[in-house]
Design a protein. Structure first.
Length: 151
């Protein structure tokens, strides 16, 4: 395990692992865990949220098809790895997309810090955007990606 030196890693670890593994019922009822995870993932618990049941069901299907150990290992790896030195070495145009209401990986613990570590990074913040911002704000995200690629 790599040491956790940065605030980025410490805060992300505190949120992601808590969401994914801190819930006792994840082992007892894996299917229900993935169903419930769609709520904070897409911000469905926020007033005025427009998250379709179909999108939530698709998320559940992906989650339930993944091997539990693989899911855990993935979360463990991204939450315990310090990317600070790697991010400082980026020397290509970089677009960072993040929702300001991400309940899985809070913006202050990730995108805000990463945008300061990557030289000349462009940070695009989506108002009310959840962790699933690429699905919930797909038209805005696609337009921003295309605009970035044209620069």
């Amino acid at each position: 395990m790599m040491p956790r030196h940065s605030a980025l890693v410490a805060l992300v670890a505190g949120s992601a692992i808590a969401v994914a593994c801190g819930t006792v019922h994840v082992l007892a009822d894996r299917s229900q865990f993935f169903k419930e995870l769609t709520t904070p993932f897409y911000g469905a618990n926020r007033p005025g949220a427009k998250v379709s049941q179909g999108l939530r069901d698709a998320f559940w299907l992906q989650g339930i098809q993944a091997g539990f150990k693989d899911v855990f290992d993935c979360i463990k790896a991204f939450s315990e790895t310090d990317f600070t030195d790697v991010l400082k070495k980026f020397d290509v145009p970089t677009l960072i997309l993040h929702g300001d209401d991400d309940q899985i990986v809070p913006i202050g613990a990730s995108a805000m810090l990463a945008s300061k570590l990557i030289q000349n990074a462009q940070l695009q913040i989506y108002q009310g955007g959840s962790h699933g911002v690429c699905s919930t704000h797909k038209d805005e995200v696609n337009a921003d990606l295309l605009a970035f690629l044209k620069t």
